[in-house]
Design a protein around this ligand. Structure first.
Ligand SMILES: Cc1cc2nc3c(=O)[nH]c(=O)nc-3n(C[C@H](O)[C@H](O)[C@H](O)COP(=O)(O)O)c2cc1C
Length: 154
C-alpha cells in the first residue's frame, strides 16, 4: 500500500484553513481547525467537511444541528493553532476573536458560512459532514490562510 507516498501527496495538496464552530445541546461552544472543507453543490448551496471521530466537536455535528465554517485570513494563524492543539474549548473561546451569541463565529474571518448539518457519513476514522448553507458573510478582499507541506504559506 503506497501510504508514505500518499502522505507526501497530501502535503503537496495546498488547502485553505477554516475553523468549524458550533454549540452543543448544553450551549457549550466547540471549535476545530479543518482544511478538509469542500464545496459540494450550488443547487442547493451545500458544503462538506471531514471530521475525525475522536475530535471533540465530532458528536456535536449531528443532522439538524447548526455550525459556522469560518474561512480564515492570513492574520488568523494564532486561532488556527489554538483550535488544532490540545487546548480546551474553554481556552479556544477565551479571547476577543469570537461572537458567541447564537452559533459562535469568528469576527475577522474571510468568510462565515452558517450551515445546518444534513448528513453525516462515516468512513473509517472520519465522518463526512454534509451541510446546507443558511447564510454567508464575506470579507471585501481575498487574504485566505493556506496550509501546505506541513505549514502555513506566508
Ligand atoms: C491546518 C490543519 C488542518 C486540519 N484539518 C483537519 C480536518 O479537516 N479534519 C479533522 O478532523 N482534523 C483536522 N485537523 C486536526 C484538528 O484540528 C486537531 O486534531 C484538533 O485538535 C481536534 O480537535 P480537539 O482537540 O477538540 O479534539 C487539522 C489541523 C491543522 C493544523
Amino acid at each position: 500500500m503506497p501510504k508514505e507516498q500518499f502522505l507526501i501527496a497530501m502535503r503537496y495538496l495546498a488547502a485553505s484553513v477554516s475553523i468549524v464552530s458550533a454549540k452543543d445541546s448544553h450551549g457549550k461552544p466547540h471549535a476545530m481547525t479543518a482544511s478538509s472543507v469542500t464545496s459540494l453543490t450550488v443547487e442547493p448551496p451545500a458544503i462538506l467537511v471531514c471530521v475525525n471521530k475522536h475530535a471533540s466537536i465530532h458528536d456535536v455535528l449531528k443532522p439538524g444541528s447548526e455550525m459556522c465554517i469560518n474561512i480564515l485570513s492570513n492574520a488568523q494563524q494564532d486561532i488556527s493553532n489554538l483550535c488544532s492543539s490540545k487546548d480546551s474549548d474553554a481556552k479556544r473561546f477565551d479571547n476577543e476573536y469570537w461572537n458567541k451569541d447564537g452559533t459562535p463565529f469568528l469576527k475577522e474571518a474571510q468568510s462565515n458560512i452558517f450551515v445546518q448539518v444534513d448528513q453525516v457519513i462515516g468512513y473509517h476514522s472520519h465522518s463526512i459532514v454534509i451541510s446546507k448553507v443558511l447564510n454567508v458573510y464575506n470579507a471585501e478582499s481575498f487574504n485566505t490562510l493556506i496550509y501546505a507541506d506541513g505549514g502555513y504559506l506566508e
